[in-house]
Ligand binder design. Structure first.
Ligand code: PLP
Length: 393
């Protein structure tokens, strides 16, 4: 089939929930992707912050192949070794005490909100609790996760969503204080808002928020699905702020290509769940947790976090250079290898041009270019990206 025939067939069989770029991807290697015509692309999107270790990592692939031949799946009615190993490594990296594996980020959010509600229920012997979420946030597409996503464009057509959710302004402590009442069970936010446009939380805001939660016995939930797993220069973004949540969600780079997420909690919060409160058929099966386990090993042996600190400083410097050079680029925002370039108008033409020239980048909102490359990129890759990007202006 030709590329055009592939695309035509796709549009005839897949639901139209995405406006896809005219590209049929075939294989990946390191930080490069190849389409079915053999064209090579430098990838600064990484499957939306998924492929932290790049494509076609041999050790990772071998771990998965080995697990396929042993045991792909077993239900959560039994124990399996990869899940225990992955859980142990995730808890060590995240500083949490208990974890539940899910099949996606959205499901990690669902679990986190359920855990917070159950915590409230145990304490007050009644349900009817409220979650405070942030305007401009993104937490996923299921009815529960959508209910706490603070962007009307995603929500409007699907109401009524779940109740017991109120929105406050990100980085605005007063706005949150105004929403707290005796029903408040949890406050959820992304330490660096991703989808909403790469806005990092202020350190002072998070410190004060932590105090507010402690004073009122409210659980603090950090959605680190995008900003976690080394992306901001610490294993989890909260560690860079020195503000520890009660519950953390992760996914995207957790599996580096296999569908897996997790929510993890401190003992105090996790103790709210009893047998029967939550479950998943596939969640944390041996196949995906063998991947997670290997991902943590590779993060350690390749010193990914230290590498991100070094290369992201270089990327920031180069992006700041673009901001001062071009007056149509108004701002650089973000943290580590999670960077946004704000333009004074739509960026979709630049994205299309970059693709033609062999660079894959994505947006966050219509006027911001989002850069979330594999964490293994080098300064040479940054230079290559900047050169292609500039040639598109
Ligand atoms: C991607 C994302 C989600 C949803 O994760 P899925 O794996 O797509 O379900 C939730 N929260 C944040 C911050 C995300 O970036």
């Amino acid at each position: 089939m030709t590329k055009q025939e592939f695309i035509e067939q796709a549009e005839n069989v897949l639901m139209h929930t995405y406006n896809r770029y005219q590209m049929v991807l075939d294989r990946g290697d390191g930080v490069y992707l190849y389409d079915t015509d053999g064209k090579k692309y430098l990838d600064f999107a990484a499957g939306i912050a998924v492929f932290a270790l790049g494509y076609n990592n041999k050790e990772y692939n071998d771990a998965l192949k080995g697990q396929i031949d042993k045991l792909l799946h077993t239900s959560n009615l039994y124990y399996n070794e990869p899940a225990i190993s992955a859980a142990t490594k995730l808890l060590k990296a995240s500083g949490m005490d208990r974890v539940f594996f899910t099949n996606s980020g959205t499901e990690a959010i669902e679990g986190a909100v359920k855990l917070a509600r159950k915590y409230f229920y145990n304490k007050n012997k009644e349900a009817d609790s409220e979650v405070i979420s942030m305007n401009n946030s993104f937490h996923g597409r299921s009815m529960g996760a959508l209910s706490i996503t603070g962007q009307p464009k995603y929500r409007e057509a699907f109401e009524p969503l779940i109740g017991g959710v109120v929105f406050a302004d990100f980085n605005d402590l007063e706005s949150i204080k105004n929403k707290i009442n005796k029903k408040t069970c949890a406050i959820i936010l992304e330490p660096v808002q991703g989808e909403g446009g790469l806005y990092p939380a202020d350190k002072e805001f998070l410190i004060e928020l932590r105090k507010l939660c402690d004073d009122n016995d409210i659980l603090l939930i950090f959605d680190e699905i995008q900003c976690g797993m080394g992306r901001t220069g610490t294993m989890f973004a909260y560690q860079g702020y020195g503000v520890k949540p009660d519950i953390i969600t992760t996914a995207k780079a957790l599996g580096c290509g296999v569908p897996v997420g997790a929510f993890a909690a401190t003992s105090k919060a996790a103790a709210a769940f009893e047998a029967g409160d939550h479950g998943s058929t596939y969640g944390g099966n041996p196949f995906v947790t063998a991947a997670v386990s290997k991902v943590f090993d590779l993060f350690e042996s390749k010193h990914i976090v230290e590498h991100v600190q070094e290369v992201s400083a270089y990327l920031e410097e180069k992006l700041n250079g673009l901001v001062s050079k071009y007056d149509f680029i108004t701002e650089r925002r973000g943290k580590g290898l999670m960077q946004g370039l704000q333009f004074n108008g739509p960026v979709k033409d630049y994205i299309a041009k970059a693709m033609e020239k062999g660079l894959i980048i994505i947006t966050a909102g219509g006027d911001t270019i989002r850069l979330v490359p594999p964490l293994i990129i080098t300064k040479e890759h940054v230079d290559e990206m900047i050169e292609i990007l500039e040639s598109c202006f």
